[in-house]
Design a protein around this ligand. Structure first.
Ligand code: PLP
Length: 423
């Protein structure tokens, strides 16, 4: 039996296997490890109750400040997921019952879900066939007096062409939220994508460019009012919360008084915790490296498909830098070669390729929404024809290889398969 805290006796019914701490650290720090930067050190520092820095300048505040500075935004608000960030963003945008929120038709359901949780209606717009992002030209025809916000999604790491959307929004006095969950450090006209929108939302869920452990998110904005509302909503509505991170320095005699009132906003607890922030900060220190690695993998895929008439990738405009959260392909092999999506999938895997994902169902065709009537729309097939067509043809390849030799091998296999079929 070991005596101190952290002994075998502390392990819940032996469900967790005891491991030697030094060996564990060595394993985490392996050259291809996901958390082989300063993650362990920062987490231990955050856990150290003797550490004065935890009181003076807590980890969440540090992470927010470093993040805001690097992406070039005035305010950053750390949250516990991208979804909670989107929810807080809609609150800050003033979205409420009866309002409408315009959003793309190729994305995951979270954008629609937060809209519905605000009592509002998601209004889906078809995608641009080249970028696969929301089609700016089709947004204006969906604007009504009820439209309160537009959520754009920078799909798979390709920034949405936001300038024309911001112009439309300005004309109609609408807030634009850039769901940048898949786009950390992509560039749009030389600036970090999502910084131009009224509010940007990032996700640090485990598959993303960087992770704060397994879940996490960050909101950014240059607008003090939007930052204050977002922070209050995500912070249970404490009245002392402001746009910037940091503590309110009230004297204890004030907040310990029975007459002290704490809450002025109906919020939720979407706050990021210190351990998550410690991991996130360590990952963010290496964000340029992590993003560069994804871009290299993206280039390998582009090289593998070069000259193939029946495979297309997202068209990247000169003013944008794609960071390949995943490498998306539009597969036209059934029409041109008589080979189905599934058959191609099986043949790639049989040759040693990794399984790749299909695109999520269009949000309004997921079982949770399909068939429902909201506003003037019935959520059924035919609402956004290009998006529905692409959804069946997209292949989303893994881009988060930590070993580039492995990525080289997988993309070689793809190239070989395409050559076998004939470009
Ligand atoms: C486009 C998009 N929006 C929102 C989310 C939600 O982020 P999270 O999983 O951090 O809640 C994700 C990722 O899962 C996403 O890919």
């Amino acid at each position: 039996m070991e005596s101190s805290a952290g002994s075998k006796e502390n392990l819940i019914d032996q469900k967790i296997t005891y491991m030697d701490l030094n060996k564990l650290i060595e394993s985490v720090k392996n050259p291809h490890g996901k958390f082989n930067g300063n993650e362990i050190e920062y987490v231990l520092r955050a856990l150290d109750s003797e550490n004065p820095e935890n009181k003076k300048f807590p980890w969440v505040q540090k992470f927010e400040e470093v993040f805001a500075e690097k992406v070039g935004s005035k305010y950053a608000i750390a949250v516990n997921s991208g979804t909670s960030g989107l929810h807080a963003a809609l609150y800050a945008a003033g979205v409420g019952p009866g309002d409408e929120v315009i959003q793309p038709s190729v994305t995951v359901v979270m954008d629609a879900y937060v809209t519905i949780h605000m009592g509002a209606t998601p209004v889906f717009v078809d995608i641009d066939p080249e970028s696969w992002n929301i089609d700016a030209k089709k947004i204006e025809e969906k604007i009504t007096p009820k439209t309160k916000a537009i959520i754009v999604v920078s799909l798979y790491g390709l920034p949405v062409d936001i300038d024309p959307i911001l112009e439309i929004a300005k004309k109609h006095n609408i807030i634009v939220i850039d769901d940048s969950a898949e786009t950390t450090m992509s560039l749009y006209k030389g600036e970090v994508a999502a910084t131009k929108a009224h509010i940007g939302v990032f996700s640090f869920e485990k598959s993303k460019h960087m992770t704060s452990g397994s879940e996490g998110g960050m909101m950014i904005t240059n607008d003090e009012k939007l930052a204050t509302l977002s922070r209050k909503f995500a912070g249970i509505g404490y009245k002392g919360l402001t746009a910037s991170a940091g503590r309110t320095s009230l004297a204890a005699s004030i907040y310990q008084d029975p007459d002290y009132e704490r809450f002025d906003t109906i919020g939720l607890n979407y706050r990021m915790n210190a351990i998550t922030a410690a991991v996130g900060l360590a990952q963010f220190e290496r964000i340029d490296f992590l993003v560069e690695r994804r871009k290299k993998v993206g280039e390998m895929f582009l090289d593998a498909i070069k000259g193939c008439s029946w495979i297309k990738s997202q068209v990247v405009p000169d003013h944008s830098v794609h960071t390949y959260f995943t490498f998306g392909l539009l597969y036209l092999g059934l029409q041109e070669k008589g080979i189905s999506w599934k058959e191609f999938y099986d043949r790639y895997k049989a040759k040693g390729g990794d399984g790749f994902y299909a695109c999520w169902a269009n949000p309004y065709l997921e079982p949770s929404l399909k068939g429902k009537k909201m506003g003037d729309q019935v959520f059924a097939k035919g609402l956004c024809p290009i998006a529905e067509d692409y959804q069946k043809k997209i292949m989303a390849f893994k881009s988060n290889y930590r070993d580039l030799d492995e990525a080289r091998e997988k993309t070689r296999i793809l190239k070989e398969l395409i050559d076998e079929i004939g470009r």
